[in-house]
Each structure stands twice: as structure tokens, then as C-alpha cells.
Design a protein around this ligand. Structure first.
Ligand SMILES: [Zn+2]
Length: 446
């Protein structure tokens, strides 16, 4: 390929991502508040941008706007699933460039969804489209699963799993968003870390509720519903779940060790033996690293009486819990009951998800690692525990190897822009991501 052809292909690929970003596919828990016309347009845009993907792959529509493609390979023995999602979260804060502009400024594509997760949608589709142009046939069936309601924990991903199950598909591995080629990942470590999520925390929500008599605010009784709820909240805040370093975290630290300065290097290299010490150090280093070591409990919503001069007949506190691998919903509920220690506080489980099982680091993980090494030679591939939830957790039901990695270089500021403001993806980073998915598919073993 000449460099002029290369530049033209690059512009074409970037133009496709820009077009996807310009369509505001914001999802909402309330279906009535979803701009379904925007989702319709996105699907049309994908059809126009990636004609071969739509011509040669078998498409099963899922739920309202989800897509499940099957690209027949030479074998169906060890199928793989590449995932991404079409929806985005609403716009927050003040942006340097309009969030649905898709503008290219300073070598980056700006806009909501560039990192989360239309960058992956566009990179996966472009990789497949260009491989189809080359007449390439993958060694294994490749499925593409694009959900339309990931950000609101919707139905598309579980329905895609049901469809695969119905067809008897047991993927060799599943790859979704999550990790990245993360710069400035750890203080003192200069090399970017190619973090691949091998498990993710489980999300569980509770509602604490105290009922009372209510009445006029001029004649309050002691320990009414609001006081009881407040005491429960304070007790939860004072008694966090115990901290520890799960195995993938130990491995992550161990792999970073050679790239860290002394004396950190020795500490990280011995992460396995120093587990409890490390866990304490991570807790002390701040809420972000503390979340890496334990199940977190956050009281998010509070409610009492609707009027200033009325005593609450009911007081409620919403609790959002992110369960660390190794803990269970039942264990966390026990902890909450024990810590709150008040039988007048009723605990209702609103939603419950266990943490995802830890995916093994065998041949499939090694394929991801070697592809990371090829495209990002300066990066250190490593497993890690994902803090946030992805659609891929539903696939653990039909697949033992579920990995979370977006093949894009991201700075710390870029990672912080996800679900926040000024989300942007480097043009070169995006093009490397397209190459990464291409290589991954090319390298699938027979
Ligand atoms: Zn996402």
C-alpha cells in the first residue's frame, strides 16, 4: 500500500467514527425518554459505512436496536465474540468542543462516545470491513455483539446471550470494552499498562427503610425514622468491608515491578507475599486504589418527609454496593445487617449481581497479550479487576474466558473523561485500535 492510500484509508476510518459520534444515541432507563430515531439513524449510518459487514455477515437484530453479527469462519469450533455498545451516557459539564461534533482538533476526535464506546464499534467494524475487502476468511467464527442499552443495564446483552445459547454457541473467548493501553497508570511507572479486565465487580443495590408514626414536627419523638436511617448510614460509613489483594491485582503489580523505581520495585515484585501490607497501602492511597482492594458500599440516595414541618413516616437510604471478586451478595448482606445492627431498619434488595468469575490466563489471554505486544511494544500487558460493570458480565454464563480491553492508548485525563466531559480519542490511537482488532482476527488459531 502506498502512503497516499494509507492516508486516504485513515481519513476514511476516522470519518466513520466522526459520523457515529454525531448521532446522539443517549440511552435511558425509561424507554419513553429514549430518542429511538437517533438509534435508527445510527443503524442506518453503520449500514452505509460498513457495507460488506452488512452484506457478508449474518445479522440477527436483538432487542430494540442491538446487533448480533456472525462472520462465518473456516471453523465453528472455537468461536469468538467481539463486543461494544452503541449507546452513550448524557452530556455532563462544559466541553472544550461540542460533545456531538465529532470534531478533529489537535490530533484527536472529540465527542461523547469516542472512548465509551463508539471508538470500539468503529474500530471493530473497520477492521472487519477491511479484512472482507481483502477477501480474508477468519480461522474461527467471529461474532460481533453490539448492545444498545449498556449504560442503563438494559436487556440487549442478556438477549444476545440467550440467542447464542439457543444456537448452541459456546464462545472460546469474549472481548468487550474495559481495559485500555493506560498511560500514567501507576505513580512512578513510566510504561503504559495494557490492562485486560479478567473479572469485574458485581453491582448490588439495597434500600434501607424505617417506618414510623410521622406527625407534626412540633412534637418529635427521639430516634424517629430519619434519625435511625442516619445512624445506619453512619455505621455503614464507619465499617468498610475488609481489604485484600485479589490474585489478578497481585499479578498486575508483579508485572509492573520491573518498570517501577526502587524501592517500589521490590515491593511490587513481592506483591503475592506482601498482600496484607499492600492492601493497607492501597486503602491509604485514596478512594480509587481502595476500591481495588475491597467491596465498596456507597449510600447514594436519601429521603424523609416531603415537608419541613412534617415528621417522616418513612425514611429511606439507597445503597450502591460494588462487590469484589471473592465476596458474595449474601456475604455483603450479612455485613450490612451486622453493621447496621437495628431490626427496625428493613433492608430490601433492589438489584443483585455477583462479581464475575475470574477468566483464566491461558491461550486466549496469551493471544490478547501477544497482539498487545505487537501493536503497543512499549506497553506491559497485565490482568486486572475491573471496577465498573460491562455488558460482558452476561456472557460469563456461556463462556469461561471473558476479557475487557479496548485497544486504545488513553492518558489519565482521557480515562477520567469517560462519563464526564471532554471525552476524546487520539486519531493515531484510533487507527492503532483498528489495526489491533485486525491482527487479533488474523491471528485466531485454526
Ligand atoms: Zn461503555
Amino acid at each position: 500500500m502506498t502512503s497516499r492510500e494509507g492516508a486516504r484509508d485513515a481519513r476514511r476510518a476516522v470519518g466513520k467514527l466522526q459520523a457515529l459520534v454525531r448521532i446522539p444515541t443517549v440511552s435511558n432507563r425509561d424507554p419513553d425518554l429514549v430518542d429511538t430515531e437517533a438509534f435508527d439513524r445510527l443503524l442506518e449510518e453503520l449500514r452505509a459505512q460498513f457495507p460488506l459487514v452488512h452484506e457478508r455477515l449474518e445479522l440477527t437484530p436483538v432487542h430494540t436496536h442491538g446487533l448480533l453479527f456472525r462472520w462465518p469462519g473456516a471453523s465453528s469450533e472455537r468461536p469468538v465474540v467481539l463486543m461494544a455498545h452503541l449507546d452513550v451516557v448524557p452530556v455532563e459539564g462544559t466541553w472544550q468542543h461540542p460533545p456531538f461534533s465529532g470534531d478533529v482538533v489537535d490530533g484527536a476526535i472529540w465527542g461523547r462516545g469516542t472512548l465509551d464506546d463508539k471508538g470500539c464499534v468503529a474500530a471493530i467494524c473497520e477492521a472487519v470491513e477491511t479484512l472482507l475487502e481483502d477477501g480474508f476468511v477468519p480461522a474461527q467464527d467471529v461474532w460481533l455483539s453490539f448492545g444498545c442499552d449498556e449504560e442503563v443495564m438494559g436487556r440487549a446483552a442478556p438477549l444476545a446471550v440467550e440467542e447464542l445459547e439457543r444456537r448452541g454457541v459456546r464462545p472460546w473467548f469474549v472481548l468487550d470494552e474495559g481495559g485500555a493501553v493506560a498511560g500514567e497508570a501507576f505513580p512512578g511507572v513510566a510504561a503504559p499498562i495494557g490492562v485486560v479486565g479478567v473479572t469485574e465487580k458485581g453491582v448490588t443495590s439495597l434500600e434501607l427503610r424505617v417506618e414510623g408514626r410521622g406527625g407534626h414536627a412540633s412534637t418529635p419523638a427521639r430516634m424517629g425514622p430519619t434519625a435511625r436511617i442516619a445512624r445506619a448510614v453512619t455505621r455503614l460509613d464507619r465499617s468498610p468491608m475488609p481489604a485484600r489483594t485479589p490474585e489478578p491485582t497481585v499479578e498486575l503489580l508483579r508485572r509492573m515491578a520491573p518498570h517501577a523505581p526502587q524501592p517500589l520495585r521490590v515491593l511490587l515484585a513481592n506483591a503475592g507475599r506482601l498482600g496484607p501490607v499492600l492492601a493497607r497501602a492501597l486503602v491509604a492511597a485514596g478512594p480509587e486504589s481502595a476500591a481495588m482492594t475491597r467491596t465498596t458500599v456507597a449510600v447514594t440516595t436519601l429521603s424523609g418527609s416531603p415537608a419541613l414541618n412534617v415528621i417522616a413516616a418513612t425514611a429511606k437510604a439507597g445503597v450502591n454496593i460494588r462487590i469484589m471478586v471473592g465476596d458474595t451478595v449474601a456475604g455483603v448482606l450479612d455485613h450490612v445487617r451486622k453493621v447496621v445492627d437495628d431490626d427496625q431498619v428493613h433492608i430490601d434488595v433492589i438489584e443483585q449481581h455477583e462479581p464475575s468469575p475470574v477468566s483464566p490466563r491461558d491461550d486466549a489471554f496469551e493471544l490478547l497479550e501477544s497482539t498487545i505486544a505487537e501493536l503497543f511494544p512499549d506497553a506491559v500487558p497485565a490482568p486486572y479487576v475491573m471496577m465498573a460493570a460491562t455488558d460482558s458480565r452476561f456472557f460469563t454464563r456461556i463462556c469461561d474466558r471473558v476479557y475487557r480491553f479496548a485497544p486504545f492508548r488513553m492518558t489519565k485525563a482521557q480515562r477520567e473523561s469517560i462519563h464526564s466531559y471532554d471525552e476524546h480519542l487520539g486519531v493515531d490511537a484510533f487507527l492503532d485500535g483498528v489495526r489491533w482488532y485486525r491482527r487479533l482476527v488474523e491471528k485466531l488459531p485454526a
